[in-house]
Design a protein around this ligand. Sequence first.
Ligand code: NAD
Length: 334
Amino acid sequence: MKYLVTGAAGFIGYHVAQRLLAAGHQVVGIDNLNDYYDVNLKLARLALIQSSDFTFIKCDLADREGIAQLFRNEGFDRVIHLGAQAGVRYSLENPLAYADANLIGHLNILEGCRHHQVGHLLYASSSSVYGLNRKLPFSTNDSVDHPVSLYAATKKANELMSHSYSHLYGIPTTGLRFFTVYGPWGRPDMALFKFTRAMLAGEKIDVYNNGQMRRDFTYIDDIAEAIFRLQDVIPQPDREWTVEEGNPASSSAPYRVYNIGNSQPVTLMAYIEALEKALGIKADKNMMPMQPGDVLETSADTAALFDAIDFKPQTGVESGVQRFVSWYREFYKV
Ligand code: NAD
């Protein structure tokens, strides 16, 4: 089958493209290669994709005509939409980047799917849609109407936009609420990468809330495998209905949202200890108070995911952090 993977030079997009290619599929990857973080890391990921079944096109999600032309020229069976402006903190200072990439960009992808009979659209949402003070574990049955960052608001908006397109045009859409993803080729703006760089440079690391926040850290290979399996779980409408009958009371859209997490939250301190062990360095810690807007714990209810794909995450934090460190040392030669 032929896939569009957006954000293919990004952390998750790169791994998902590799997973699809390993299974013998054709992949067109797009990315605008922006400089939110080191472009060389993005280029290095792309350089590693050797397959002749892979085509890379530099393209901006917000470029309406560019995206329309891409769909017209290529024709995709399925779309895995992972390109976005990521990061909660950056959204406080740069709101417009989120409007362009995450709102206009998502709409352009929906339009492409609508006009070109795409069989399944899977797209990145985020655990950040759950906001503050939630009951644990986070369930997709809970309502999530109070995002506390613009980033989270755009991710919730992506789910709402997808629902309307699923409902109006029958496009099967699956939203993926990722929980703190980490692993080789990970993002330089995320904690594991920052801590590793600082510890190797002999610098202090900032540890918020005395390291007592708990996070449902999820290893990248488990994320890629979950997406790979979910793409075959095509949402069906709950029931058929006719225009004469009028809209049914509940939506009949072929629309689903899943939590994609490890379901085993660990404290930030345990995560740091795993890193200390993998690096063989004791961290010099700057203990900081809780930051406004920070969540005390994230934890994914993944029962629906496991039912759908018959797969449970395979990698715990100790070995996942170890694999990240091995990659980091090799890539940066430190
Ligand atoms: P990433 O930043 O590494 O990847 C995103 C890619 O999209 C980047 O390569 C970037 O250049 C590209 N991009 C950004 N704006 C673009 C635009 N306007 N046009 C074209 N390309 C553009 O981030 P990631 O960690 O791989 O995240 C992938 C998706 O998963 C994102 O939607 C992110 O919000 C979501 N997500 C990630 C995590 C996580 O822990 N990594 C958690 C929750 C949700």
